[in-house]
Design a protein around this ligand. Structure first.
Ligand code: NOJ
Length: 568
């Protein structure tokens, strides 16, 4: 949108004073998936120096922090979430010196740095696991992981310990040559750690200190709700519960593997590490826990301090649903004295511009992955691209105006769509290989970014990027969007720039709109937000218009559009 003249009232606004230790509460955090961001050395993979190179871009975008998905040495069995060394940078992505330089450049630009910590499992290439493989049963090296012997069936034959299914499909147990089995919640290359072992706890506290000492401001904690397992069950007598039985057990703190109460002891230990720094380091839990009371525990200030809320990412484009989710999460966060986190996309789910361009979901249908469209070939021709982008832009403007933090995923600021039709031979996600014909996986949101429309690899920096890019990426390239005042990129830039001045206390008041398809609220400083979920134009409330996600039609707010106003 071309910028509107700002009312004098806007210039007089005094942004709320945010103490340094509270920077995260209403921050806009931009997720970088390093291997697909920008490839400075031309080896086909994005790299750390590539991020440094693009600091001016990030600064102009107006974000407060970047969160880097894993950049550690890894065999890439799971896009880097199989970490071989928690204290280094993958050689094909750079060095620790490059990392320090990147951190300094980001800090210089006023951008904080959050890194991903993957504590549930290591890579099978981690020195600990290699040692475990080469050590005898019952050794201290094996006790860092979850090993157990075969189950003996009624006929006295050795069997896999249980029928548990890994998150990417296939069994959760793999066997070593000496007959012992190890547990892996995810891929076989991701053996689960034994969090009852004090050595594991010490190691991760040390890893947190290692990155904090390097100036990292915060951590995103991978599958934060799975670390601690019930020893009595896992190592107990046969038979272990079946997978069907496990799935029926309540998540009330006593489930054998998920969301156990003891996991919070781990995080209380981490808090002591965070609080050694000034400002204290922060963390956000990736914890897919439904129960509100239990989810709130991950946001406790004695623990990690904040937790992801993925509810909007799974919601339909439906005003009453949005309102309910917003109220619910604001209340939850307040209960934990934390702030909530709004997310529409990340490296695990179908890009939301595409999701919003697909037909509405039927009740009970899985909304996160858009699997049906992917299984049908994932062609963009089957997506209502215009509707997808229109809804995506409107929703982003709503999120950015809510109390709490907003997480953006690289490329969404370009209105980028999911690449649904990657050839089988080019796929990388273990989900695709372990669930043939059932789950296409997450590669389509991890395709390298387009920076320049007319350049090879769309300016990503490599002749052959590690995923092929579709030709329609040219339409979304940064240079194209930069020149277009109506582009999604320029909308994000304007919204983020206005938001800095509009930031206010973490409260909102809903206003009656007379339509269940229109949401309207006002923040304590008169920042008024209206989102029209319907297809038809509606009247704007009183106030000075600051920005709208699509141009007004005869002074009215068009369908599927959000506007920000300032009360006179
Ligand atoms: C959650 C991460 O976001 C995902 O990408 C990864 O595959 C799993 N955790 C396992 O680490």
């Amino acid at each position: 949108m071309p910028s509107l003249p700002l009312p004098s009232k806007f210039e007089e606004l005094v942004p709320v004073d945010v103490p340094d230790a509270q920077w995260w509460r209403q921050a806009v955090v931009y997720q970088v998936y390093p291997r697909s961001f920008y490839d400075l050395d031309g080896n086909g993979l994005g790299d750390i120096r590539g991020i440094t190179e693009k600091v001016p871009y990030l600064k102009e975008l107006g974000i407060d922090a970047v969160w880097l998905s894993p950049f550690y040495p890894s065999e890439l069995a799971d896009g880097g979430y199989d970490v071989a060394d928690y204290r280094d940078v993958a050689p094909e992505l750079g060095t620790l010196a490059d990392f320090d330089e990147m951190t300094a450049a980001l800090h210089e630009a006023g951008i904080r740095v959050v890194v991903d910590i993957v504590p549930n499992h290591t890579s099978d290439q981690h020195v600990w696991f290699k040692e475990a493989v080469n050590s005898p049963k019952g050794s201290p090296a094996r006790n860092r992981y979850i090993f157990r012997d075969s189950r003996i069936d009624e006929d006295g034959n050795e069997q896999i310990p249980s029928d548990w299914i890994s998150m990417f499909g296939g069994p959760q147990w793999d066997q070593l040559a000496d007959g012992q089995w190890y547990l892996h919640t995810f891929a076989p290359e991701q053996p689960d750690l034994n969090w009852d072992n004090p050595e594991v706890r010490e190691e991760f506290e040390d890893v947190l200190a290692f990155w904090s000492d390097r100036g990292v401001d915060g951590f995103r904690i991978d599958v934060a709700h799975s670390l601690v397992k019930d020893q009595a069950v896992i190592f107990g007598p046969d038979p272990l519960p079946t997978w069907a039985e496990m799935e029926k057990l309540p998540w009330d703190g006593t489930h054998p593997v998920w969301d156990r109460d003891e996991v919070h002891d781990v995080y209380r230990g981490w808090r002591k590490v965070f609080d050694r720094y000034d400002p204290p380091r922060v963390a956000v839990a990736e914890a897919w826990v439904e129960d509100p009371q239990r989810r709130a525990k991950y946001a406790s200030i004695e623990g990690l301090g904040q937790t992801f809320n993925f509810d909007l990412l799974r919601a339909d484009f439906h005003a009453p649903q949005f309102k309910e989710i917003i109220d619910h999460n604001l209340e939850l966060a307040a209960r934990a004295d934390s702030s909530t986190t709004w997310v529409l996309s990340n490296h695990d789910v179908i890009r939301h511009a595409t999701r919003y361009g697909l037909p509405d979901l039927l009740e009970g249908e899985e909304s996160v992955v858009g699997q049906k469209w992917l299984l049908d070939g994932g062609s963009l021709a089957d997506v209502d691209v215009e509707q997808g982008n229109r809804r995506a832009d409107a929703t982003t403007m709503l999120l950015l105006a809510l109390p709490g933090a907003t997480y953006l995923y690289q490329g969404e600021e370009l209105g980028l769509h999911e690449v649904g039709d990657i050839a089988d031979a080019d796929r990388q996600d273990p989900t695709f290989f372990r669930s043939p014909g059932v789950d296409i996986g997450r590669d389509g949101c991890r395709v390298p970014l387009p920076w320049v429309a007319d350049a090879q690899g769309y300016g990503f920096g490599s002749e052959t990027p590690h995923f092929p890019q579709p030709t329609w990426f040219a339409d979304h390239a940064v240079d194209v969007e930069d020149r277009d005042p109506h582009s999604t990129l320029n909308l994000y830039r304007q919204a983020l720039s206005l938001r800095k001045r509009l930031l206010t206390e973490e409260r909102l008041t809903w206003e009656e709109t007379g339509s269940e398809d229109v949401l309207q609220f006002v923040r304590p400083n008169g920042w008024r937000v209206i989102m029209n979920f319907s297809k038809d134009a509606v009247d704007l409330p009183d106030g000075d218009l600051l920005l709208s996600s699509r141009p007004l039609e005869d002074g009215r707010l068009p369908g599927e559009t959000t506007a920000w106003l300032l009360d006179a």
